[in-house]
Design a protein around this ligand. Structure first.
Ligand code: ATP
Length: 228
């Protein structure tokens, strides 16, 4: 039975490869407007968990429900609800930045897609490179394009795997504010991060991924990440 307001419910989830779990079982829930941070050392299993929750990888055991329904990346209604950013660059080599964003916006029936594309190009500081193709921009700019692609489309769950990667400090802070706004507008966020400032600025709750997975106060997690 889904508790009222629960967008994401994870129950005794085991994630891993070739039948072997990479971390302890994960049980957590996140409601509308909540940002759930996910932290842990390199190789702890954070990306594996995030990919599994996003339906990109088969779970070993347990259950993940989004709006009460099981995760199924093949189902259009599931894909419509979930926007995700992972550590992978997937671009169409011959499409410009503007064309990439237009494709995502139109594919998700964003109203007034041209205005939405301009707004994201402005927000992510990509307007002067809008006509360039992905190969001819910097790695940080490609990361900005992926973030813009995640934010331009409607969704109710946003899964971000280390969104801070390759971003300069100013853009990291802007992305933190954007994540907050997404949640303030009613979205739910799963945020994997190694950035203590980003975690502090956003997460209301936090999961520590390890051999045993437990909830940890975000301020405490941020201090631990910062080595304090
Ligand atoms: N495709 C794969 N096949 C087999 N094992 C993998 C695969 N990808 C990752 N692993 C292993 O699974 C474990 C968890 O990796 P994962 O990428 O989930 O960690 P992480 O917590 O996200 O790490 P980081 O902080 O370095 O990004 C690691 O031991 C890793 O070597």
């Amino acid at each position: 039975m889904t508790a009222a307001g629960a967008v994401l419910e994870i129950s005794q989830l085991l994630v891993g490869y070739a039948g072997a779990p990479v971390c302890g079982a994960i049980t957590a829930r996140a409601d509308a407007g909540e940002i759930l941070g996910v932290v842990g050392f390199n190789g702890a299993g954070k990306s594996t968990a995030a990919r599994t929750i996003a339906g990109k990888q088969q779970m070993l055991d347990g259950e993940v429900r989004l709006h009460g329904l099981p995760v199924n990346e093949d189902a259009i209604p599931f894909r419509r609800e979930v926007a995700a950013l992972f550590d992978e660059d997937a671009f169409f080599p011959s499409l410009s930045l503007r064309e990439h964003l237009q494709l995502v916006a139109r594919g998700h029936s964003v109203p007034d897609p041209d205005a939405a594309v301009d707004a994201e190009l402005d927000f992510f500081g990509l307007q002067d490179r809008a006509g360039a193709v992905p190969d001819s921009i910097s790695s940080g700019q490609r990361r900005r394009l992926l973030l813009a692609s995640a934010f331009i489309r409607p969704s109710s769950l946003l899964i971000l795997d280390e969104p801070e990667q390759r971003l300069d400090p100013v853009m990291r802070e802007r992305v933190g504010l954007r994540i907050r706004k997404y949640a303030d507008d009613g979205g739910t966020v799963l945020l994997v991060t190694h950035d203590p400032a980003l975690l502090l600025a956003t997460a209301g709750r936090c999961l520590l991924i390890d051999d045993e997975v437990r909830e940890i106060d975000p301020a405490r997690a941020a201090a631990e990440i910062a080595g304090k």
